[in-house]
Design a protein around this ligand. Structure first.
Ligand code: GLN
Length: 494
């Protein structure tokens, strides 16, 4: 095992105790990135020089006696988060050459804790997608099978962590964009409660849903990143001013005394025999760990996708109005200001982004507003109410993270089949709940070459992150599915 395959917790420990320097870890990571990036394509920008500069500062801080929770930990930053002086593209041509003039709060907190940013990771354009295929700027491949997608929209961060090009990834989840790529890449993908981590400096897609969170190879690493990032930020009025319960030190050994809800409407039999068997085994493992399984019902969750695809595009149509050729990024000149707007947006946005802007503008237009947008808001309230009733009967909910393992490029060519990828993750996002995906086994997809990872989703009540991570850790420790296979990177090293 190469050193860079160690967990973030181990790397931070070694750098803190000066067994290794952050400079050494950074150099080793950058060398590995160089050898595998041609095949994986996780990053849009590799920040070699600034990573080395950050590492030198971390080593200095360690020498000064600072106890940094993420000392020297290489991190992949999704390219919809600002990092002062670095290109921040959102995977879009409209921002292809835009340099961020400040650093997002979540990124700043990771750096403050000692993390070293290795690069800006690829993503679906403006985080709209479930496979990274909507990026206008690059292709990211799944390190476990390079013919398959890494998931999305935080696919670059997920691929980077899976391929050991970083020990931690930063992602954003609007409807599933951390949890689904986490599941596809054999990682823990964790979306905290809406408002728990600042969105300041996260380029907005759908502001009432967007939430930053970590992608990690272990639950403990996800908890460390969460502890570093979480908390009130005066720069984001939607962050919640309420103390954060540190999660990393509260990881559980078992699930005794916990009731875990099985969602009646999410019967895994619908996913085919192989996935059904994996999920049934996972639920039995939860029981073996001491949990009591109880049936709960989320009768309106089936409307999640329809609801989300009105609310998210409506918010995106408003948020993306700012990309007009005047203030940020691309500008294509025209005969007058109107034609300049039109040409800039026609050239700068890709087809999925345009589709969302059109859907959202329509849903918000007078005459349709009540029929679409207002009804979707009402449906959102009903979905949140379902979860509230379910959590009166259980402490956590367990269900699939995605309806299939990572698929081949081009396999979901119509938008609707891609939208359905988030069937199991969207309801939690609409309800603002913390949820994560944790590896629960392997299956070889039909026509596939190698087994691909599968994720179990666990969801907790609002602000119960500590319980959620603690339980996930108990499940991970008892099952060890993530350790069963490694990505086949040796074959791609030049
Ligand atoms: N796949 C969903 C979408 O395309 C969710 C994306 C996300 O969570 N950012 O909108």
């Amino acid at each position: 095992m190469e050193y860079i395959e160690k967990s973030a917790a181990q790397i931070a420990h070694d750098v803190r105790t000066r067994v290794r320097s952050a400079a050494e870890v950074t150099d080793a990571t950058l060398a590995h990135v160089e050898s595998v990036e041609g095949a994986v394509g996780a990053y849009l920008t590799v920040l070699a020089d600034s990573a080395r500069a950050h590492a030198a500062r971390v080593d200095e801080r360690v020498r000064n006696g600072e106890k940094l929770a993420l000392a020297g930990v290489p991190v992949a930053v999704k390219d919809n988060m600002c990092l002062d002086g670095s290109r921040t593209t959102c995977g879009s041509k409209i921002l292809e050459r835009w340099i961020a003039p400040y650093t997002a709060t979540a990124v700043a907190r990771m750096l403050e804790a000692g993390a070293v940013p290795i690069g800006k990771a690829n993503c679906d354009e403006f985080a709209m997608g479930s496979s990274c295929e909507n990026s206008a700027l690059g292709v990211t491949r799944n390190p476990y099978d390079l013919t398959r997608v890494p998931g999305g929209s935080s696919g670059g961060s997920a691929a980077a962590v899976a391929a050991y090009e970083a020990a931690l990834g930063m992602g954003s989840d609007t409807g599933g964009s951390i949890r689904e790529p986490g599941a596809f890449c054999n990682l823990v993908g964790f979306k905290p409660t809406y408002g728990r981590i600042s969105r300041y400096g996260l380029i907005a897609f759908a502001s009432s849903l967007d939430q930053i969170g970590p992608l990690a190879r272990t639950v403990e690493d996800a908890a460390l990143a969460y502890d570093a990032m979480a908390g009130f930020d005066p720069m984001d009025a939607t962050t919640v001013d309420r103390p954060v319960e540190a999660a990393a030190g509260a990881l559980r050994e078992d699930l005794r005394g916990l009731r875990v809800g099985m969602v009646r409407e999410f019967d895994s039999a619908a996913l085919g025999a192989a996935l059904d068997a994996l999920y049934r085994a996972a639920y039995r493992d939860l029981e073996r760990l001491g949990a009591e399984l109880v049936e709960v019902s989320l009768p309106t969750a089936a409307y999640g996708v329809a609801t989300y695809y009105l609310i998210a595009p409506a918010e995106c149509s408003s948020n993306l109005a700012r990309f007009d050729g005047v203030r940020y990024g691309l500008r294509v000149e025209g005969d007058d200001v109107r034609s300049m707007y039109d040409r800039t947006r026609a050239a700068g946005f890709g087809p999925e982004v345009k589709r969302r802007i059109l859907i959202g503008t329509h849903a918000l237009s007078s005459g349709y507003y009540d029929a679409y947008y207002v009804r979707a808001q009402k449906a959102r309230t009903l979905i949140a109410g379902d979860f509230e009733r379910a959590f009166a009967q259980c402490d956590l909910i367990a269900c699939p993270a995605a309806s299939c393992p990572a698929f081949e490029f081009g396999a979901k060519s119509d938008p609707y089949s891609m939208y359905l990828m988030d069937y199991y993750t969207i309801p939690m996002a609409l309800a603002g709940l913390p949820a994560l995906s944790v590896p629960c086994g392997w299956t070889t997809p039909e026509g596939g070459r190698v087994p691909m990872p599968v994720g179990l989703q666990l969801c907790a009540p609002l602000f119960a992150e500590k319980l959620l991570l603690g339980a996930a850790r108990a499940y991970e420790a008892a099952t060890g599915h993530a350790l069963a296979r490694r990505p086949e990177l040796e074959s791609v090293r030049a």
